[in-house]
Design a protein around this ligand. Structure first.
Ligand SMILES: NC(=O)C1=CN([C@@H]2O[C@H](COP(=O)(O)OP(=O)(O)OC[C@H]3O[C@@H](n4cnc5c(N)ncnc54)[C@H](OP(=O)(O)O)[C@@H]3O)[C@@H](O)[C@H]2O)C=CC1
Ligand SMILES: O=C(CO)COP(=O)(O)O
Ligand SMILES: [Zn+2]
Length: 347
């Protein structure tokens, strides 16, 4: 049978202190039984404890597991704690949400997304980005049954995380260019509606960049809504294609190469400057948009060694080789990589 399945969250709650309503939201969704909260070292104090309190007030029995990376080991650790669990809540940044999402899929249970930062567009998407021996894979997980985005927590998160989320959305520009190229050269399936939503989201966030300010609830709300909308483009496509192309391959390669990688969205934004240049597009527009959002635009601001930028450019095409992009099958030569990074002011 030839049919298309699109998964979306059932409920999305965005607002100040909405995390205190976690118990009530689960009750209204008719969730019962034992629950598991997945969180991280920082996000335990900032978000998970509050969510657990709210759940326990309504007599839910809640267990807790802490993880540090988005890996198969972390997913296994969560699964080992998930027997008899009817809902897994991921309370934290992108890594936490991806691991909770994937474990929920593997254990055939519901997943609730509780982002503590607006730093990535996986908040509401059905895909999970997991590190593996080859770099990174994009795995089909499932959409959250609900999203609880507390804009009070998110506005108090380090501003760098918010700017990184904006940069992740700006990188949709090159992801779409890569997708269109793959359609032309490889006859890859392409969704006009997913691509249009992804691009519209990037255009809107750039248009609003002057109103994205540190500590403001409205700014946190605006970026969360944009990340949600980018995640919906991913949902419609059923793949991360509308939001992940050559610039994401560069970021995944950098994650492997750099001693201390920067934030996901920050690296993707810088990747987008360079990949837009390769596409022959307006790369200065991407760079200026990132500057306006106070996201980094060069290796110095990323605190990454320029040599690592070159190495990541050279090896980026090997990440997810099945995903065709401007990097082609052979990637960049060392000379071409250096020329590109210098020309765009990245190194
Ligand atoms: N599935 C998808 O479609 C997508 C997935 N991704 C993935 O998401 C990940 C990137 O997410 P990102 O959030 O940038 O990175 P992380 O999840 O690594 O979070 C970055 C850091 O921010 C901390 N943090 C989170 N919230 C707060 C807060 N409110 N206050 C203080 N610190 C906080 C985390 O703490 P702690 O130590 O508690 O974790 C962590 O140390 C990547 O793995 C990327 O591949 C990105 C886009 C889409
Ligand atoms: O980060 C993403 C979209 O912003 C999607 O992640 P992948 O690059 O792992 O597919
Ligand atoms: Zn991304």
């Amino acid at each position: 049978m030839n049919y298309k399945k699109i998964q979306m969250p059932r409920e999305v709650h965005i607002g100040s202190d909405v995390i205190n309503e976690t118990g009530k939201i689960c009750q209204d969704l008719k969730i019962d039984g034992n629950l598991l909260v997945v969180t991280g070292k920082n996000t335990l104090k900032i978000g998970a404890k509050i969510a657990i309190e709210s759940l326990e007030e309504l007599n839910y029995s809640v267990d807790l597991v802490q993880i540090t990376e988005a890996s198969q080991n972390a997913i296994k650790k969560v699964e080992d704690k998930s027997s008899d669990v009817s809902l897994i809540l991921g309370v934290g940044g992108g890594k936490i949400i991806d691991v909770a999402k994937m474990a929920a899929k593997n254990k055939d249970t519901y997943f609730m997304s509780v982002p503590t930062a607006a730093s990535h567009d996986g908040i509401a998407s059905p895909l999970a980005s997991i590190k593996d021996a080859k770099g990174s894979v994009s795995l089909t997980a499932q959409s959250p049954i609900g999203v609880i985005a507390d804009t009070n927590i998110i506005r108090n998160a380090p501003f760098r995380l918010l700017a990184s989320g904006c940069a992740d959305i700006v990188s949709n520009y090159t992801a779409i260019k890569d997708w269109q190229l793959a359609q032309r050269l490889q006859n890859e399936g392409y969704s006009e509606s997913a691509a249009a939503l992804s691009l519209m989201t990037a255009k809107l966030i750039i248009k609003s960049s002057n109103s994205i300010k540190e500590g403001l609830e409205e700014s946190a709300r605006l970026v969360v809504k944009s990340l949600f909308s980018s995640g919906m483009a991913i949902s419609i496509a059923g793949s991360s294609r509308p939001a992940s192309g050559s610039e994401h391959k560069f970021s995944h390669a950098l994650d492997r190469i750099a001693k201390k990688p920067a934030l996901h969205g920050e690296q993707c934004g810088i990747g987008a400057i360079m990949m837009m240049n390769l596409h022959g597009g307006d790369w200065k527009f991407i760079r200026n948009a990132l500057k306006d959002m106070k996201a980094p635009t060069n290796a110095y601001e990323l605190e990454i060694d320029p040599d690592d930028i070159i190495e990541a450019l050279i090896s980026a095409h090997k990440i997810r080789p099945e995903r065709y992009t401007i990097l082609g099958d052979r990637g960049l030569s060392r000379d071409a990589a250096k020329k590109l990074a210098v020309k765009t002011g990245v190194i």
